[in-house]
Each structure stands twice: as C-alpha cells, then as structure tokens.
Ligand binder design. Sequence first.
Ligand code: ADP
Ligand code: DAR
Length: 342
Amino acid sequence: MYYPEFPPDCKSLLCKYLSPEIYASLKEKKTRYGFTLEQLIRSGVKNVDSGIGVYAGDEESYELFAPLLNPIIREYHGFGPEDRHISDMDPSHLRAENPDPEEKYILSTRIRVGRNLHCFPLGPNLARRERLIVECMVSDALKALDGELAGEYYPLLGMDEATKRQLIEDHFLFKEGDRFLEAAGLNRDWPEGRGIFHNREKTFLVWVNEEDELRIISMQPGGDIQAVFARLAKAVEELQKQLTFAFSERLGYITSCPTNLGTAMRASVHIKLPRLGAKMEAFKAITDRYDLQIRGIHGEHSESEGGVYDISNKRRLGITEVQAVQQMADGVVALIEAEKKL
Ligand code: ADP
Ligand code: DAR
C-alpha cells in the first residue's frame, strides 16, 4: 500500500487531512474487526470528487484512525476531540408549530436517524453472514412493534422491479448505492440482506443495511413537524428496548460516514419556494443563518424540480436532536416569510 496520489484540484477532506506523516503512522494499523486504513479511505481514493472520502468500518475506527478522522470531524461538524455529544429526543422540548397549516408550501416532512448494532462491524466491514444476521435481528425487532408502528418487512431480494421503482419514486425506498458507497464496500452482495419495513400508512419506515444498518424514518404529507418528530422518538424508544445501538460518549450514535455521527439525524421538508428559487442569494442567506442544506427532491446528488426543494439540517454532531429539528423548523418559518414577501 502506497501513499495515494490525489489530483491537485482534489477538494475532499480526505486529501486535505491525509498527510504523508499521518498515512505512515496509520497504514499498518488494523481494528479488532480487521478494518484497515486502506479500507477507510478507499472511497475517497477512487472518487477524487468526494466531499469527505472516508467510511468507518466499526466503532473502533473512530479511535484507532483518530489522527485522520478527528480533523475531518472538526471541519465538517465544528466538533473538536475534547467536545462531547449530547442527545435529546424528548418531543416535549420541541416548539415546532406547523409553519404551513394551509399547506400552501410544505409538501411533506421527513425526519430520519441512522443507527448501527453494537458488537457488529459497520456496513463497509460486514461479512455476508453478519449482514444476514443483522437483517434477521432488526426485522425480528420491527415485527414486534404494535399500534401505529406495526407493519411488514419487505426484503429487497425478490422484490419485483415495478414495486421497487414506485417506492423509490415516491421517496420511500433507497436507491441502489452510488459509486461512493460502492467503493466503500457498502454494496457488496447487493441486494441480499437489504430491505425496507413500513407501516400501512408509510408514515413509519426503516431501511435495513443500506448505508447504515438501520435508517429509522418518520414522514408524512404536510408540515406537522412536531407529529413527525414525536413518532420517530417513540419508534426509537421502542426499538431500543430490543436492540443495542453503537453509541460513544464522545461522538454519539456511530455511523459509517462521519457526516452522520452524533444525532445521525436529517430533518427535512420538501417545500415549494419558486420565488426564492429565482433569488438564490437571498435563499442561501436564510439557509446559512439556520445551518440548513438546500438539496434536490430525490436525495443526495439530485436536483430540485418545479420549484420544490429539500431543506434539511446540515449539522448532526454537537447539537441535540431537538435542536436540529428546532433549527430546521425555525428556518422553514423564515423561508416561508421570505417567499410571501416576494
Ligand atoms: P438520507 O439523508 O436519509 O440518506 P436522502 O436525503 O438521501 O436520505 O433521501 C432519501 C429519500 O428520502 C429520497 O427519496 C428523498 O427524496 C426522500 N426525502 C428526503 N426528505 C424528504 C421529505 N421531506 N419528504 C419526502 N421525501 C423526502
Ligand atoms: N459521497 C460521499 C458522501 C458524503 C456524505 N453523504 C453520505 N454519507 N451519504 C462524499 O464523501 O462526498
């Protein structure tokens, strides 16, 4: 293994922080689950247009490869090695009235958290058998849920193409892993061991073995952010009775990509803002003020369509779940006010 060659215009945090000295100090190291530096950086070495470029293979990666990962975490989250994550998923601490009760702007609200099983490797380092055991444990825990959360688990293996395409088009199911996830080893043995659980109304869903071992999702049409968060908090509380999630006092919930550490939460709305969309400078001034991301309506690397944007929290680590949702809700109020003025 040799020090990777990055092109001069490489902008990933990997090429910014992987100095030859850090590379030399880490290149022979291996975690208890056998994960190496070469595996950690493979995605960013193969995809030099990555934003970050690394995916962890287990909880231990974040300590063993800290000389590389801590500067990346500091730059992305503004979170230093001495900082400690605090979690708060108590819905009574959230003040998020529906910003759009007449449903003129907000098409839908979605809040998700990533989770991985304690004592298992993360996705990039899961052996085939381990991934099937994770699928079995998680789907068993999901089948035990009752009331509003009760539903069915649908393995991706054997799912007919039309159903899969419709679920993706309707924003319920994940797309097959992109080249970044491919290079990280997250698409190995695809589609075996992957699947989606959802209740009848498709307001509570869980992705199994996509980028993380669980993506726990609460979503519904309209802007009732409070109800979406309350459902998610209840679901996580119920699942935590049956499953132990990878969690660190320092970094919060452990995820394969460092951008998802801490709350591992994305709280988003799909919102119609055609006038603001024609004034991107003003649009970005508001989203910057509330630390929000503007994205397309089919998730990462997608475009907005028909003046509809995906607005979500940018920060996930060093703020609590309630603060992340509060920031998104307050930002959406400001965006709707600005759209009305235009
Ligand atoms: P994640 O951040 O959980 O990886 P993405 O942001 O990539 O998820 O989006 C995954 C899917 O969820 C995409 O189809 C996206 O359109 C959909 N999605 C995200 N936010 C919303 C929302 N507020 N309403 C409906 N669908 C959404
Ligand atoms: N393409 C990778 C992913 C960064 C964040 N998105 C995730 N984790 N889905 C990159 O390094 O740009």
